[in-house]
Design a protein around this ligand. Sequence first.
Ligand code: IVH
Length: 702
Amino acid sequence: MGGSEPTLFDAVEQPSATAAQRIAQLRRQLHEHNHAYYVLNTPAISDQEFDALMRELADLEAAHPELYDPNSPTQRVGSDIQTGFTQVRHERPMLSLANTYNKDEVAEFYRRVRDGLGTDDFSLCCELKFDGLSIALHYDHGSLRQALTRGDGTQGDDVTPAARTIRTIPLQLPAGTGWPESFEIRGEVLMPWAAFDSLNAERMEREEPLFANPRNAASGTLKSKSTAVVAERHLDAYLYYLLGESLPTDSHYDNLQAARRWGFQVSDAMRRVQGLTAVYDFIDHWDQARHSLPVATDGIVLKVDSLAQQRALGMTAKSPRWAIAYKFQAERQSTVLREVTFQVGRTGAVTPVANMDPVQLSGTVVRRATLHNADFMAALDLHQGDHVLVEKGGEIIPKIVGVDTEAQEGARGEAVQFATRCPVCGTPLVRYEGEAAWYCPAYDTCPPQIKGRLEHYVSRRAMGIDAIGPETIDAYYTQGLVLGVADFYDITAAQISGSRGTRQRTAQRIVRAIAASRQVPFERVLFALGIRFVGETTAKLLARAFRDIDRLAAASPDELAAVSGVGKATAESVHEWFGTEANRRTVERLRAAGVQMALSERAMARQGSSLAGQTVVISGVFALHSRDEYKALIEQHGGKNTASVTKNTTFILAGTGVGPAKLEKARSLGIPLVSEEEFLHRIDTHSAPTDATASLPHEGEG
Ligand code: IVH
């Protein structure tokens, strides 16, 4: 290159004009790379290069707040600013589709279309019916202006800030690809199965109510008040309907192909066919193949392809005459509801359970189905003796999806009410603000709560006293031998041998196992105490931050919440637990019995060192802990967590769905991938050395 030739940068005189140009250029490049990565799955640059461009853009934007753009690639991460939702009227109403459930009904639709058009010269688009929540995106000059939920079809919620965090929704369309100046595109926001499973696993650990299915999870997430929460939950979006004044073609199919070129994620499954046989083939194929898709689908959608023919057919008040949904048969059976019982967990949370006449469902006999919580149960409006529809969808636990009114004979039984008192101890139930569950507040006296805590205490991951099982606990509790966790340490072999057929050898084994639990490291003791919201990871974080129980007990909620990875609710719960007289007494008795109440010298010496000097990249979706928890764990063990893979990366903590760019980079640099189980094992064996449980014989109860 000739040295005297002016470059683009030399030619620009004003520094702010340079910045503006560079910002525009970076935004364009990052939008393209984002699309290549998330929609096409073919990244053009490494994550590291991507991060570098992003950092440069973020720095420039920080220096030039006057150039703020809500659609900048930097805005994808969301923020903690709470947003309320404004209701916005749809420019064109969002109709729904008429449903069909068998091929005869599909054939009827086909005939209606043919008769309506007066010809059988028409094509149908066959598409997957995605099971999420529908969204309408409005673009002006290639830029995302507004995102609305369906709402009641006439008005929807403005969820634009949340939609901006969804990586498969383009914020700025690439120039020169032919998009109309103004248009609307509709589609479905979804939570992929992997993200759904990992979210529920996290909620289970935190004892928060689980989402019943990915659709509820997606809608709960999109409506979340903090867009930062939306950003980290990995929502996805498929687009399937283009609307506007000046669309590129007069074919639905071709318009969606064009939308794909503009950067939208359009399903590859879509086919344009003629004739019923081809439609049936599509149905048959996807009825099976859908089970290996990363997102939930509940049917297929058929649409007349020609927009002129669509106009000719028109709409009914509720749905277009040119389209129909065919719903896949869910694994669903009808049976009779006999009774709703209530289960009390160790935290006092009360779960309603439906007891039904046994019914075959996906190869197993189902008698019970969870009703999740009071709201879920109320929504079903159940009456005793109702014929109910039980379904086993992608979820593991069978659920009641509704009353089978067609099978109903005669008058209905009494309406099923949620319990007002604890089914076991009779204490009036309470509901805490912001929670879906009802609780029995009789923490100290309610038997299932006490027994649940005892079971938790001895469980393998807690104190590991696996010589004692639930039945033994039940017996000890009933005999008055063990009423609280500290009582275990007072048991003698003489007391228990002979009782319920326990032989002397077994009695001695149990006593030895209890004694050995005195060596269980402090962090597991903390987990074993069963403090609400304190799962294994949180226990580790707290143990390492406070080092002994006295410091932990004295900590204020603010000090607790200051620990990275510990949330406000957990902090409150820990503070409250130690504020309770009975709990403090338990701690004192455990201490007197010799249970570990501080990190051991060894753990302390090794603390923060097992990952010393190591640089770890977290990637993918995890089943056991959240990303934040892993980040905190890495830091607490002296490691460094970075975003991008470089030659300095020690290993990648890899969940499912690690991005292709990261995989490729790791391969080329020879950087190992470490699963979450392996990772937890690594930090565990380094920081919590113990032989307490390892030395015990793992025989069954004698
Ligand atoms: S087209 C007027 N296509 O199904 C036609 N809808 O019951 C508008 N859905 O509200 C919808 N996949 O949320 C269309 N490929 C697809 C779809 C789809 C899922 C949802 C959408 C709509 C509902 C209709």
